[in-house]
Design a protein around this ligand. Structure first.
Ligand SMILES: *Cc1c(COP(=O)(O)O)cnc(C)c1O
Length: 476
């Protein structure tokens, strides 16, 4: 009995060929329009209610893939528009987008070698390349994860397995375990401690200095206080860089503190470890080579579509201890053994073939491509800073260290600047030409830009700041 025609229609290769050609033409036109900023908006803002009603209604009309494609484009943030200067997500290069299309076709999982030979082997090569860039020793190895959040949790689970006084997978934890992190660390680090059941005492918050980097001189005293309260501190997380302001922690200082107290040293480099690909900027990561584990996102500054991240371990075999303390049988063997046994080291069971996307960027574009991108984003961030400083109506929260800029508009009279900047941003968002976000620093609201599109430059910065000044006079 042949399959139901509804099934043969769904899988029809000729229909696939025709739609795919149409879709690629649509996307190439969209890319051209976005890159040249000729569309009226980078953010075609809709309220959640409008969006929901729209998609509910379209669903009743049996939309074709082209109907869906056209409307998704019309109703999504245009990441490749240079006026998108908001979140940390990159403009992916077209080759990497095609790699995503390809991997959706191949649809092999990457949890087990046998089920995803290409992806798993590529992942191994990528880990070697990244470890070299980070100056980690030859023993280093890691796995790709669906995002930095999952990477950080994986690293901290590993830290717990290695440093906990008990065998956590057999008998659970005993006593109060904790890690030390700066007040500026990404919320996913706190969440990881919560997931591990450590409660609020599981996080020892280290204050920041006026540059929003961890005040590492406070580590010894906070550590003594914690141990005095009976808490077992197992590690310290350094941010490279922090999410809100892009501030880098002093990784060498954290490394030597960890060495002294035999603590796990984890670097959350989700955003900034990308600087390792630039010879000009990699100095900001000094000390990362001492880390026990590092997380890096390829989808933030490294031109790869979401999600593509990795967690690397200084001693690759530590990765096997993440989900099992008793990995001793492995330690007799060389680091090369069992590299293909990804499932033992990753959280995910069925895992996307994300390696193909970053392989396409790194092997296809060569390290020169990533260096050019990082250098360009950093240079343009400098341009934005100069443009802000040139205008008396604006102030910077802090001198940026990465491609993230926090600033605000100063109202002439003594009104609530938090409320004022919040209102300004709402206006900008609703207009939709420029897209920027906002953040809170010490209770104050700041406008926040991340320069992630290499096509963004002075023209966009001038246009955006002009628009803010113009809106300010209108709602005054
Ligand atoms: C973005 C970010 C994360 C979270 O990574 P996802 O890939 O969004 O899960 C964690 N830490 C820092 C410092 C980040 O910038």
């Amino acid at each position: 009995m042949p399959p139901d025609p509804i099934l043969t229609h769904a899988y029809d290769p000729e229909r696939f060929r025709a739609s795919a050609h149409q879709l690629v033409d649509l996307l190439a036109d969209e890319l051209a329009a976005n890159l040249s900023a000729t569309q009226s908006q980078s953010l075609p803002w809709q309220t959640p209610q409008q969006s929901e009603a729209f998609w509910r209604d379209l669903a009743t009309q049996a939309p074709s893939i082209m109907d869906i494609a056209r409307t998704v484009l019309q109703r999504s943030v245009r990441i490749s528009d240079p006026r998108f200067i908001g979140h940390q997500i990159c403009t992916p290069i077209p080759d990497a987008i095609l790699a995503g299309f390809l991997t959706d076709f191949v649809n092999n999982g990457s949890g087990v070698y046998e089920m995803g030979m290409a992806g798993v082997a590529m992942e191994r090569w990528i880990m070697d390349q990244v470890a070299q860039r980070l100056d980690l020793p030859e023993t280093a190895a890691g796995v790709m994860t669906s995002g930095g959040t999952l990477g950080n949790l994986t690293a901290l689970l590993c830290a717990r397995s290695v440093k906990s006084p008990t065998d956590v997978w057999k008998s659970g934890t005993s006593g109060q375990l904790a890690i030390m992190v700066s007040e500026q660390s990404h919320y996913c680090v706190r969440r990881a401690a919560g997931i591990m059941g450590w409660g609020e005492s599981g996080i020892i918050t280290v204050p920041c200095n006026d540059r929003f980097s961890m005040s590492t001189d406070q580590l010894p005293e906070l550590y003594q206080q914690a141990t005095g309260r009976g808490i077992t501190v197992i590690g310290v997380v350094g941010s490279a860089c922090g999410t809100s302001t892009g501030a880098f922690d002093d990784l060498n200082a954290i490394a030597s503190f960890c060495r002294h107290h035999d603590l796990w040293f984890h670097v959350d480099g989700a955003h900034g470890a990308a600087l390792a690909f630039s010879d000009v900027h990699k100095g900001k990561l000094a000390g990362i080579e001492h880390a026990d584990s590092v997380v890096i996102d390829f989808h933030k500054m490294l031109m790869t579509p979401v999600l593509a991240s990795a967690v690397l371990f200084r001693r690759g075999l530590d990765g096997f201890r993440t989900f099992c303390q008793q990995a001793d049988y492995l330690f007799a063997e060389s680091n090369d053994a069992n590299w293909d046994d990804l499932a033992q080291r990753t959280f995910e069971c069925t895992k996307t073939m994300m390696a193909v996307k970053f392989y396409t960027v790194l092997a296809g574009g060569g390290p020169g491509l990533l260096a050019a991108n990082v250098d360009r984003l950093m240079a343009m961030t400098g341009e934005l800073v100069r443009e802000i400083q040139r205008r008396p109506a604006f102030e910077l929260a802090v001198q940026p260290q990465c491609n993230i800029v926090c600033f605000r508009h100063r109202h002439r009279s003594a009104i609530d600047l938090n409320d004022w900047n919040n209102r300004l941003r709402q206006r900008i968002i609703h207009r939709g030409e420029y897209y920027l976000v906002q953040t809170k620093l010490h209770g104050q609201t700041w406008l926040r830009c991340t320069v992630t599109n290499p096509m963004t430059g002075p023209k966009e910065f001038v246009g955006m700041l002009d628009q803010i000044e113009q809106i300010a006079t209108q709602i005054d």
